[in-house]
Write a protein that binds this ligand. Structure first.
Ligand code: NAP
Length: 234
């Protein structure tokens, strides 16, 4: 139980990578708080994991401040919250690309400012491999991920002795693609799996394990780790 006696907050913990992280942290003995917007989904996830739920929206300064006021001092904070809106560069609406920055970049920024993390504790941000392996139609997603990686390195200096790291996932099968038609989603995941050296797409737990490593390895700060099934070497 490597997190016994530790308090962990997962912002975005009601689904996907955040949910897997909350589950792993709980199984390692941590007191866990999960936060996200949809109160019903959050409550259901918290009840299933037997953790605390605090509704919060990372696009609001007040909401994020309220979350951490409620939490008090904590040991580890993880930010997986993001709602991405993208499209072809020349035609995507400015409102959409601004909303992507607002939730994923400024959301992480707000959390980093508001959280009271104990010395030696950690903040983990979740970026994404499009920062280094761009794809047409997703320039804003690559840009926000790259900005977060830069922020990670800056905060590792400025927030020390709190440690700040980022994990950059490849394709992970989570509800993030629930808006896609099911057949297209399955087809995309099958083709991606076949293209990767590991022969499969990722699961939330693949990324949660890396996040747990960041929490527990006291020598890790300013690190960006790509967990992508080999997507960067094919
Ligand atoms: N899955 C992948 O293939 C993949 C690949 C690369 C990078 N990533 C990154 O990994 C992170 C997690 O993705 P995921 O796949 O786990 O997504 P997910 O299953 O859709 O989970 C996203 C979580 O964030 C919460 N959230 C969204 N907007 C929020 C807001 N404004 N305030 C508070 N909470 C908010 C959601 O709950 P509510 O909607 O109820 O708020 C949910 O709990 C994201 O940053 C994503 O870009 C994912």
């Amino acid at each position: 139980m490597v997190l016994a006696g530790k308090k962990v907050v997962v912002v975005g913990g009601s689904s996907g990578i955040g949910l897997a992280t909350a589950q792993l942290a709980k199984s390692e003995g941590a007191e866990v708080v999960i936060a996200s917007r949809n109160a019903e989904r959050l409550k259901a996830a918290a009840a299933k994991l037997d953790v605390t739920a605090i509704p919060a929206d990372v696009t609001s300064d007040e909401s994020v401040a309220g979350l951490f006021k409620n939490c008090g001092s904590v040991d580890h904070v993880v930010v997986t919250a993001a709602q991405l809106r993208t499209g072809p560069f020349k035609t995507v609406a400015m409102d959409d690309v601004r909303a992507t920055m607002e939730s994923k970049f400024w959301g992480a920024w707000r959390v980093a400012r508001a959280a009271d993390i104990r010395a030696g504790g950690s903040l983990t941000l979740v970026t994404g491999y499009l920062s280094v392996r761009p794809r047409p139609g997703a320039a804003i997603v690559g840009a926000v991920n790259g900005a977060l990686e830069s922020l990670t390195r800056g905060l590792a200096l400025e927030l020390a002795p709190v440690r700040v790291n980022a994990v950059s996932p490849g394709t992970i099968d989570t509800p993030i693609r629930s808006g896609m038609p099911e057949a297209a989603r399955r087809d995309m995941l099958t083709k991606t799996a076949a293209s990767l050296p590991v022969g499969r797409v990722g699961e939330g737990d693949d990324i949660a394990k890396q996040i747990l490593t960041f929490m527990t390895v006291g020598f890790a700060t300013g690190s960006i780790v790509y967990i992508d099934g080999g997507a960067l070497v094919v």
